[in-house]
Design a protein around this ligand. Structure first.
Ligand code: IPD
Ligand code: CA
Ligand code: CA
Ligand code: CA
Length: 261
């Protein structure tokens, strides 16, 4: 059973209320000492706030939508095998290193898909108190303000955002892409990078990401007419890691061509 536009609007409003609580809890926790742990290595961090936020959000989802599956980063989700029915994606703090060291340029991200189709996405910029949210049925908003599609600049006319580690080691042709762009930046977090592309501040962004890193951004970007695919131009696999490319249509073509050359 596919969701009606009315139901989608209700879900959007409900999640905005959760995110308001999450924002207050996250800001309060930032006044206290953070409990920081290493996962795989010293660049892969998790804090008490990542874990508390994920528990809070997943608990809300389970009460609100008991049949749905949850795909989330810190281990409180389900072991989901397919994209049938409703699937929620949760990244409780995206950009944990920025959160710990910069106290800015991090986000909380939630997305809802139904039968593998994007329905709604939310990217909360905690520090600036802006939620980027919406989907194909309702459009995209920054808080209450409806967003227009960004200008379709090509690669040489704009700033491209890239994953620093892959750029440093010349992976995925990122060195060629950075050279061909007007400028390049490394933001260090997926959500804040997607926000810049959605707002027209960057013409594109590419990084290797897990589904919770790109699920919300993909909904918002596609709704605004931007191109989202993997670096070979194929549709993203929502159940594994992908080398994601989001860009204006013209920059997307430029980057795919460069990548193949
Ligand atoms: C990470 C950030 C980073 C990206 C990594 C992600 P996390 O998210 O978005 O920019 O390069 O692939 O895992 O772990 O801080 O939520
Ligand atoms: Ca992480
Ligand atoms: Ca993330
Ligand atoms: Ca995270």
């Amino acid at each position: 059973t596919l969701l009606s536009q009315f139901e989608i609007q209700e879900i959007d409003q409900t999640v905005l209320l959760w995110l308001n609580d999450i924002r207050q809890k996250t800001i309060a926790a930032m006044q206290q000492r953070l409990d920081v742990h290493e996962k795989r290595d010293n660049r892969d961090l998790v804090t008490n706030v990542d874990q508390d936020n994920e528990k809070f959000i997943n608990d809300k989802i389970r009460h609100f939508d008991a049949e749905a599956h949850i795909v989330s980063e810190e281990g409180f989700g389900d072991h989901n095998q397919d994209m049938n029915g409703r699937v929620w994606f949760v990244d409780p703090i995206d950009g944990t290193m920025n959160f710990v060291k910069q106290k800015t340029d991090f986000a909380v991200m939630i997305a809802l898909y139904e039968d593998n189709q994007p329905v709604l996405g939310w990217i909360l910029d905690v520090v600036n108190n802006v939620v980027y949210h919406g989907g194909p049925q309702i459009g995209v908003f920054a808080n209450q303000l409806r967003l227009k599609p960004p200008i379709d600049d090509n690669l040489s006319e704009g700033i491209v955002l890239l994953s620093g580690a892959r750029l440093l080691y010349g992976m995925f042709g990122y060195d060629k892409i950075a050279k061909a762009a007007l400028g390049y930046r490394v933001i260090g977090a997926a959500g804040p990078s997607f926000i810049r592309v959605i707002m027209g501040q960057a013409i594109g962004y590419s990084s290797k990401m897990m589904p919770w890193d790109f699920a919300a951004g993909q909904v918002l970007a596609k709704t605004l007419g931007l191109s989202v695919s993997d670096i070979d131009g194929k549709a993203l696999d929502m159940l594994s890691s992908n080398i994601v490319l989001v860009a204006t249509n013209r920059a997307h073509r430029d980057i795919l061509t460069l990548h193949q050359s």
